[in-house]
Write a protein that binds this ligand. Structure first.
Ligand code: FEO
Length: 172
């Protein structure tokens, strides 16, 4: 049986992952409105991955006999000054999510909850990748996004991202 504190943290993480999906869809709304459909596509795919993360936490709790409890999802209320702002907010957000996953891992370690540690291992790796991707987006935007041709090419590149459910992650 999972410890009460661990259940609480994992249950909260469902909400945080759904908020992430909501936040990234909001980025996609902004970019679609700006005529940057490639950027919008990239964040739509990202939103689907975040939704999947929420499903993984939910599945893990259910498989451990927990009655999952949902809370309200915050409204994404970020203000975008320019095309770079969402990318910077995205990077900060991923660092925040990493801190949440790390906190759950800490709790699992202190409880000697090896099952939850093993479940979280995939997320630890995933967060490393997500932070790198978010940082790369900022770097590319700073390098190429400054002129119309560069922005056009970057938008084209980002339009190629395709959603695929994870084949390595925990069950959904
Ligand atoms: Fe589910 Fe981007 O962390």
């Amino acid at each position: 049986m999972l410890n009460k504190k661990i259940v609480e943290l994992l249950n909260d993480q469902i909400n945080k992952e759904l908020y992430s999906a909501y936040l990234y869809l909001d980025f996609a709304n902004y970019y679609a409105d700006e005529g940057l459909n490639g950027f919008a596509n990239w964040y739509e795919v990202q939103a689907k991955e975040e939704r999947d993360h929420a499903f993984m936490f939910r599945r893990y709790l259910i498989d451990n006999g927990v009655r999952v409890e949902f809370k309200a999802i915050d409204k994404p209320d970020k203000v975008f000054k320019n095309h770079l702002t969402p990318l910077e907010i995205g990077y900060e957000h991923e660092q925040y999510v990493t801190s949440l996953i790390t906190a759950i891992y800490h709790e699992a370690v202190s409880q000697k909850d090896y099952r939850t540690m093993q479940f979280l291992d995939w997320f630890i790796k995933e967060q490393g990748e997500e932070e790198t991707n978010a940082d790369d987006m900022i770097k590319k935007m700073k390098l190429f996004g400054g002129d119309a041709k560069g922005l056009y090419a970057l938008n084209q590149e980002l339009s190629a991202r395709v959603y695929a459910p994870s084949t390595t992650g925990p069950a959904m």
